[in-house]
Design a protein. Structure first.
Length: 434
């Protein structure tokens, strides 16, 4: 089977769990003998930011932004489009990316969901033509429901099934104004009727999106994210220094403020003076001011020597991060649909301490590799850390269970095989038999 995965690129400026999820699945599918093509939208893909040679980047971020905001750009010559979608311009945009926020991009989100009726219809036709004439896939897999505007033209032109993953769309949509939020959810529901299968990354999020998008039961599948444990060398957690780790985009929404406040609370107790905090995951321009505020709090508490900020988060820096932390916490304010960093930590033998939000209890419950606390406050987090960070025996026990749990429930090859089953189900439908 030939599968085209259409993935919004982050440009590699921060730890993008969704991008990394898709890349890991594509490798696992290839290991199973499937032919997979990754098709980037907007910006180069996470961990592939320096490679634009294999497949062109469609819907170049600079080009579509200018056309949306300034109508004059919709009528410029073709050579201008090519220039705006060039490697140099996209690399520059990736380095200065601040567009992971929905505010200010509501109209573009609506236009993308309108597909052939939106302002990006020219880009849509270019993508469909390339899929039809160059890639020639048997099935197209959209990375998230915000791309549902692509589905109709792909199906019309190619008569092949379209599958769509579900992960954290609500995080993007729910911060919009009331008018745009309602319009986007309505458009996703309408365009979603044309998709052959939705694949949620967790039970929690499947329930959430079934309600929000009124997804038919026969459309909805659950396929947890997976990792290959062999990719993560393990250093015994009981032999590590007491270092608490955070790996995710360094921003307010991902709970960086709660993390810092909890660490300050923890260090008020003399018994935890040896504990340190290590933070990585990258950022966008939007996050710079917030990060400065956190550093000021740390300085005011005279803890600068106990907090290490690591700019690089791609391998080998990411592996070094996992080699040196004994515990992982990413206290996302409202939880999230999954959180791939949890599996990367567990596979590396690192226990979790996560809030009772989103899919965090689901992952911790299945893996048995961590603790859950409630509510998601700095004091509750600090209390949870105190119960484990200096207890080598408890850390070791949770580390062992977490490693076993990942292999049992979140093995990437098992999950990829389930994904192939979904592809086979949708391609076996009568309307796709030639």
């Amino acid at each position: 089977m030939k599968i085209a995965h259409i993935i919004p690129g982050s440009g590699g400026s921060f730890y993008c769990g969704n991008c990394l999820r898709d890349s890991k699945y594509m490798k696992a599918l290839q290991d199973l003998g499937q032919e997979v093509i990754k098709v980037p939208l907007y910006l180069p893909l996470f961990e592939d930011a320096h490679d634009l040679n294999e497949v062109p980047v469609f819907y170049g971020a600079v080009d579509i932004y200018l056309k949306q905001r300034f109508p004059v750009f919709r009528h410029l010559p073709t050579f201008v489009d090519k220039m705006l979608n060039s490697k140099s311009i996209l690399h520059l945009a990736a380095q200065n990316a601040g567009s992971t926020r929905a505010k200010g991009l509501e109209e573009m989100t609506v236009s993308m969901l309108l597909g052939e009726e939106g302002l990006q219809r020219g880009e849509l036709e270019r993508l469909v033509e390339w899929l039809r004439d160059e890639a020639k896939p048997d099935v197209v897999h959209l990375s998230n429901a915000l791309l549902l505007g692509l589905a109709r033209r792909i199906k019309q032109e190619m008569n092949i099934p379209v599958v769509c993953s579900l992960q954290d769309e609500d995080v993007w949509v729910d911060v919009m104004s009331d008018q745009h939020r309602e319009e986007v959810w309505q458009l996703m529901e309408e365009r979603g009727r044309e998709v052959d299968a939705f694949v949620s990354v967790s039970d929690f999020y499947a329930r959430e999106m079934k309600k929000r998008m009124h997804i038919r039961p026969d459309q909805l599948f659950i396929n947890h994210i997976g990792v290959d444990s062999a990719d993560y060398p393990i250093k015994p957690v009981e032999g590590k220094e007491p270092v608490i780790g955070y790996i995710s985009r360094m921003c307010e929404e991902n709970g960086l403020g709660i993390l810092v406040d909890a660490f300050i609370h923890l260090k008020e107790n003399e018994a935890y003076q040896a504990v340190k905090l290590k933070i990585t995951g990258g950022k966008t321009n939007d996050d710079t001011s917030f990060i400065k505020q956190q550093k000021k709090k740390i300085a005011a508490a005279k803890l600068e020597d106990d907090v290490l900020w690591v700019e690089e988060f791609e391998n080998p820096s990411r592996q070094n991060f996992f080699d040196t932390v004994a515990l992982l916490t990413v206290p996302v304010l409202n939880g999230e649909a999954f959180g791939l960093y949890q599996l990367e930590a567990l596979a590396s033998g690192i226990p979790l301490v996560q809030p009772e939000l989103g899919a965090f209890p689901e992952v911790v419950g299945l893996s048995e590799g961590g603790l859950i606390y409630h509510p998601n406050s700095a004091k509750k987090l600090a209390k949870a850390w105190k119960s484990i960070i200096l207890d080598k025996e408890k850390l070791s026990e949770l580390s062992t269970k977490g490693q076993e749990g990942v292999k049992a429930h979140f093995d990437i090859h098992k999950q990829a095989a389930k994904l192939v089953d979904i592809y086979q189900k949708v391609t076996a439908k009568e309307e796709y038999r030639y």
